[in-house]
Design a binder for this molecule. Structure first.
Ligand SMILES: Cc1ncc(COP(=O)(O)O)c(C=O)c1O
Length: 363
């Protein structure tokens, strides 16, 4: 069945790869129908694509598997990465598996759980002051790392077409899987940081549409936190350039203050007839709590941003109830336990005696 083909298999021949051992079973994630949120709002065809269930807990595994496979092919031994945590965790896992040395530069605000995950796999990590917050420092770090890695023959792994175009081909499989399961999907809501994810979806749907496997590309909606929304700003103003901002969001993964793949993502939103939504962090946290309480889905804040965008679109009457909508749940709740405490700390956990169990009001 098309789309059920493994990411590894799809690109193995193309890349001339010989070692399927690199795979950890990434991709082919569940697409589940909303049980409560969608129907409550009159949307019977709302779906969640659980990218949080990839091997390291985010969609990044889809691109890292190809980057590492290509490192094996070319004999490269060292990879460098910039990350807010999820690329780093994915890279650290696949590097451990393939005995590559992995050095990751993360933002100051990277959640502890993501740091722990990278460290557990054996990565070397450095937190870089102001990286991911200051547009200038972030841009300069990317550029210098790119040059440095090229000079030394190291691989720079960044989840963006600008820096890792080969690996990003793997993220297109996300579109293939959605298109195979829902060939007439009308809207896809996508959390946007650097913009690589949304761009990959556009390329993937477009490829399937050209091949006649779907009729058209769905409307792609970019969702960003207000505190770092350069793509939304350009979309609203009708501009083509992504201007730098100072990031002021606590949503890890979406704090990318300058253009990496943002201009491509903007083109994709426009070409597909979608829209761009900027939301306060609080609304993203509310969507995260809704996913937990109403759908049983445990996502990190960035993983709930797509739902927050969907809710905003409903408020603005931008969607019709009969339309089908997919919200990407891009990262697992265990990635950011501080964010999770906002949801769980409201509920006390009393210590009781064993006999008291049977006196509790269960109803
Ligand atoms: C969980 C999560 N969702 C969404 C994104 C945004 O992806 P992109 O930077 O490709 O726009 C990221 C990026 O780090 C992420 O970690």
């Amino acid at each position: 069945m098309p789309g059920r083909e493994h990411i590894w298999q799809r690109y193995a021949a193309w890349l001339g790869l010989e070692n399927p051992m690199v795979s950890l079973g990434e991709g082919d994630t569940p697409l589940v129908r909303s049980w409560r949120i969608g129907p409550r709002l009159g949307f019977e065809r709302l779906y969640f694509k659980l990218e949080s269930l990839n091997p390291t807990g985010s969609f990044k595994d889809r691109f890292v598997v190809l980057e590492i496979a290509d490192m094996l092919r070319s004999g490269q031994r060292v990879c460098l990465a910039t990350s807010s945590g999820n690329t780093g965790s994915a890279l650290a896992a696949y590097a451990a598996r393939s005995e590559r040395r992995c050095v990751i530069f993360v933002s100051e605000q990277t959640p502890d759980a993501k740091l722990q995950q990278m460290l557990a796999y054996g990565a070397h990590i450095y937190r870089v002051r102001e990286f991911g917050r200051s547009a200038e420092i972030t841009r300069r770090t990317f550029e210098r790392l790119h040059r440095f890695a090229t000079e030394r023959g190291y691989r720079l792994v960044v989840s963006a077409f600008r820096y890792s175009p080969l690996g990003m081909q793997g993220v297109k499989t996300l579109a293939f899987e959605i298109a195979d399961a829902l060939p007439t999907v009308d809207h896809v809501f996508v959390p946007v940081g650097g913009g690589g994810l949304l761009t990959a979806l556009w390329y993937g749907f477009d490829e399937w549409a050209r091949g006649g496997r779907v009729q058209r590309v769905p409307r792609l909606h970019a969702v960003q936190p207000v505190g770092c929304a350069p793509v939304v700003r350009a979309w609203r103003r009708g501009e083509d350039r992504i201007l730098p901002v100072e990031a002021r969001t606590e949503v890890s993964g979406l704090a990318v203050p300058f253009d990496i793949d943002g201009a491509l993502a903007l083109t994709a939103v426009r070409a597909s007839g979608g829209a761009a939504w900027a939301l306060p962090d609080e609304q993203i946290w509310e969507a995260q709590a809704m996913l937990c309480h109403e759908e049983g889905i445990f996502a990190e804040p960035a993983g709930a941003a797509a739902l927050a965008g969907f809710l905003a679109a409903i408020r603005e009457n931008a969607l019709r109830p009969e339309e089908s909508v997919v919200c990407l749940v891009t990262g697992h709740g265990f990635k950011d336990l501080t964010a999770m405490e906002r949801i769980s700390s409201a509920q006390a956990v009393p210590l009781i005696e064993a006999e008291e169990i049977f006196e509790l009001p269960f109803a």
